[in-house]
Write a new protein. Sequence first.
Length: 318
Amino acid sequence: MQLVRQTEHKTQLGHRRAARPRGRFGVALAAVLVAALGTACGSAESGTPDKPEKSKAGKGTDAPGAGGAQVSQAERMKAAQQARIAAAKKWRLAKPPLAAPPAPKEKAHITTRDGFEVEDGDELPPVFTTVPTEDKVVFLTIDDGAEKDPEFVTMMQELKIPYTAFLSDYLIRDNYPYFKGMQAAGVTLNNHTLNHRYMPALSYEKQREEICGQQDTIQKQFGKRPTLFRPPYGNYNQDTLLAAKSCGIKAVPLWNAEAFTNRMDYREWDRDLHPGDIILTHFRGREDWKGTMPDMIRHVMKTVTDKGYAVARLEDYL
């Protein structure tokens, strides 16, 4: 189903979808690739280049003015690219993922997208589908939590593809450790309500129970209270945003494209990606899709990479 811009109701917005509870190489090369993976992780996530090591005497090839630091950085970049190529080959990606640029030092000012406003919403968390940026990056977000595929977690770690999760407790409570491992790998776990209810049909009090209850659960289980919230199905009204704000939510990211195992759906009429677009997908498996979560990643990464985009970490831009 094609996603379209929503303007018809200012107090009840969002995209409605069907509700559902939802290489081998030599030893030497391997050592280089392992080292490269570690280096790429450290620099890509922090946005800060690794500091060159100095010799004990302080006069090694990396000493200031010797040119060694520049050579070392080039070597690290080459090794990181070799690691990306090896990981892409292992996981059967058509092309290696493009490396995201360093995180911006100054964050963009986020406002609610035109047509997504609610009455008296100026002081409420902004609702948006795209992050203002000139970087050719998109952001991958994954909802619900029904499928718990360990191969997916390994794949994303080895490919170093960042993503953000929006979790509903009724789907994750049978396996909190799965998502705790994900969190340990650097994934931010955010709020998608306790029970994935259609929010505009609920009273303010019930909406607050759904949102604040999930805030409490995530803090208890994972040690950190979320600041991002995504309403189920993308549907919300003024009470939703009022309740979200009262629970400590700062922003409400929706999406501009949706990924499946065999296609991409787009909100915009040009049916294309744009810098800063948020991509939605789900924790789903063969029971819901004609494929697995790794299959979905292979498809979305082919689309993203072919269009010249890198996947960046959403939280680095907010």
